[in-house]
Design a protein around this ligand. Structure first.
Ligand SMILES: [Zn+2]
Length: 582
């Protein structure tokens, strides 16, 4: 799941800074439409055991091994009439059935074998590797990402999927580059108004920081100390070099910094001994093109210098009144491996196999913060494990559906849904032939929400053992939505929730929807470990992950095999836009 503020819809390649950080100036164009119920059905009054956890959760539930969690009334949120009815139906039967596992229908005989192949043991082994420290948080363009991609490709090969990437591989190249200053030629020179050079620093020698835009500018230096964000708003710094001290926030990046970017200075000097010692090379979307745009405004270079040099500059400012800084920066872009991993299962019907069901996740995560690894077990190691599980299920099932399936693990999702955007703009098969895309992103946890300010727990993990967010289906296809509901109630029994439409624009399916392809996004919800180093494999609810994968397999098989293609109700441009709720 990408952070909020991923530009939506995204600008052309190369226009966003690809460091994956939140940008509070840009908000989602999509909101909380269709929060509840319009497509839901009442459960049949047969006492059928919908709504129970089929398996025992690994974490987060006080329930014992043979005891499914109690159905619960929804608090402070809207769920569907379906759930209310199911809960009401269940209550009298609970005591008698407490020790009996819930009963679900098997799938049709031609697909049951694949369904049964999806198991906790295999998924645990895969995700334990994907979320291991060895992969370093799988940041796009880093060595750990390549290891992860190799692992997926090896599994796809094992499953007998067809390599449909470049040159007979499973890799569809996505242009990304490591961007930084040429250390041989770049420099900063501080000069008096008369042109006398007082100080000079070069990258790695007294000059570090985030330098990703070329420069051949000389501009006046002004000092700015921000105690509040208003100090920046009031300052006239356009076209000047700002020696910046941010006292408005202890966070790594404050609103004052964003305001400063918006004010379009020629450059920012930041005083930080540690940063001054290292040249940071950003991994950015795009090949040889250079741009430091982020959203709607240009992000100026931030030059980190030592505290000692800052003192000398201040002294010189006092002495000379006016100083200028010449920034001569040449940028190098070195292409890095950042491929989408794609595997193809050909359909069995010559007349229908040109139609394709997409099954996707994102393979990348956010890498490291300094030495701390963000393992990304749930985000999106879990969904990637789901893709592997579904792919293996189709493979071992033997009988293939009539239409084809394309399995896709995307790169650059955390940097702005880049890999999936590259796919839909350079599709391996025509977009018109993709009948639906099913996305799994964060499918391994029990939703948990703690208000950071008040400390109030508004979503408890133990209440969400059996809940699954179904996002975005109703935007383009009620037909697909209905198939998801049917397969769930017949074979799986999650409590679907429809209150996360806010996240519609935050994973790869959004790029498919924008190409008018019906999508379903499966998501078990946020938790305090989202984008934190403790999003680790030991916190994953594997039985739940397995059930999501089984659901996706059931839905994918159904829509790939039935007579009629999934009906698209409307084009994406005709989907009503709604405001964000929060
Ligand atoms: Zn994420």
């Amino acid at each position: 799941m990408a952070p909020t503020g991923v530009p939506n819809p995204p600008p052309p390649l190369g226009e966003i800074g690809a460091d994956g950080r939140a940008n509070p100036r840009i908000s989602s164009a999509f909101g909380a439409s269709e929060v509840a119920g319009s497509g839901a059905r009442l459960a049949p009054a047969t006492g059928k055991t919908v709504g129970w956890a089929q398996n025992t959760p690994v974490t987060g539930s006080p329930s014992g091994p043979s005891r499914p969690p109690l159905p619960h009334a929804p608090r402070n949120r809207m769920r569907t009439a379906y759930l209310f009815a199911a809960t009401a139906t269940l209550l009298p039967a609970l005591a008698a059935q407490e020790n009996e596992p819930p009963k679900f229908e098997p799938l049709a005989a031609d697909r049951q074998k694949g369904f049964e192949s999806i198991d906790v043991e295999t998924c645990t082994a895969w995700l334990t590797y994907l979320a291991s420290d060895e992969l370093g948080g799988r940041e796009t363009g880093q060595p750990g990402y390549k290891l992860a991609a190799d692992f997926i490709a090896a599994r796809f090969k094992e499953f007998g999927l067809k390599p449909v990437g470049g040159d007979g591989t499973y890799f569809q190249a996505v242009p990304f580059a490591k961007v930084g200053p040429n250390v041989e030629t770049s420099y900063l020179a501080i000069r008096t108004a008369e042109g006398e050079e007082l100080f000079r620093v070069t990258p790695g020698k007294g000059l570090g920081g985030q330098i990703s835009e070329k420069s051949d500018r000389e501009a006046e230096i002004v000092e700015l100390v921000a105690n509040t964000v208003d100090d920046v708003k009031d300052a006239d710094v356009k076209g000047k070099v700002v020696l910046f001290t941010d006292k408005s926030s202890r966070g790594r990046r404050s609103r004052a910094t964003f305001e400063l970017w918006r004010a379009a200075p020629a450059g920012i000097i930041s005083v930080n001994d540690e940063a001054a010692a290292t040249v940071r090379r950003r991994i950015a979307a795009g090949g040889s093109r250079n741009s430091a745009r982020r959203g709607r405004f240009r992000r100026p270079n931030t030059y980190s210098i030592t505290g000692e040099l800052a003192l000398q500059i201040r002294a010189a400012l006092k002495e000379h009144g006016t100083l200028t800084m010449k920034a001569f920066i040449e940028i190098e872009r070195k292409p890095v491996f950042a491929a989408n991993v794609v595997g193809f299962l050909e359909g069995s019907d010559p007349a229908l196999k040109h139609e394709i069901v997409g099954v996707g996740s994102h393979l990348d995560h956010i890498g490291k913060n300094g030495q701390r690894i963000n393992n990304g077990a749930d985000d999106d190691g879990s969904g990637t494990t789901g893709v592997l599980a579904v792919a293996r299920a189709f493979s071992v099932n033997g009988v293939r559906p009539r239409r084809s399936i394309l399995f896709m693990c995307f790169s650059g999702e955390e940097k702005g849904l880049i890999g999936s955007r590259h796919y839909v703009n350079n599709p391996i098969f025509p977009n018109e032939n993709m009948i639906a895309e099913l996305q799994m992103d964060m499918i391994g946890r029990n939703e948990e929400f703690v208000n950071r300010r008040s400390g109030e727990v508004t979503e408890k993990a133990e209440d969400n053992v059996n809940s699954l967010h179904l996002v975005g289906t109703k935007k383009l296809s009620m037909d697909l939505h209905e198939v998801c509901l049917e397969k769930n109630s017949a074979h799986i029994g999650f409590d679907f929730e429809y209150d996360e439409e806010d996240v519609f624009g935050r994973s790869d399916h959004a790029n498919f929807a924008r190409k008018d392809i019906p999508i379903a996004f499966f998501f078990t919800g946020f938790h305090p470990q989202y984008h934190q180093p403790d999003d680790t494999v030991d916190r994953i609810n594997f039985p739940k992950l397995v059930r999501v994968a089984k659901l996706v397999y059931s839905v994918a098989f159904e829509i790939a095999d039935r007579d009629e293609r999934i009906v698209r109700d409307r084009l994406f441009k005709d989907v009503p836009r709604t405001r964000r709720r929060r």
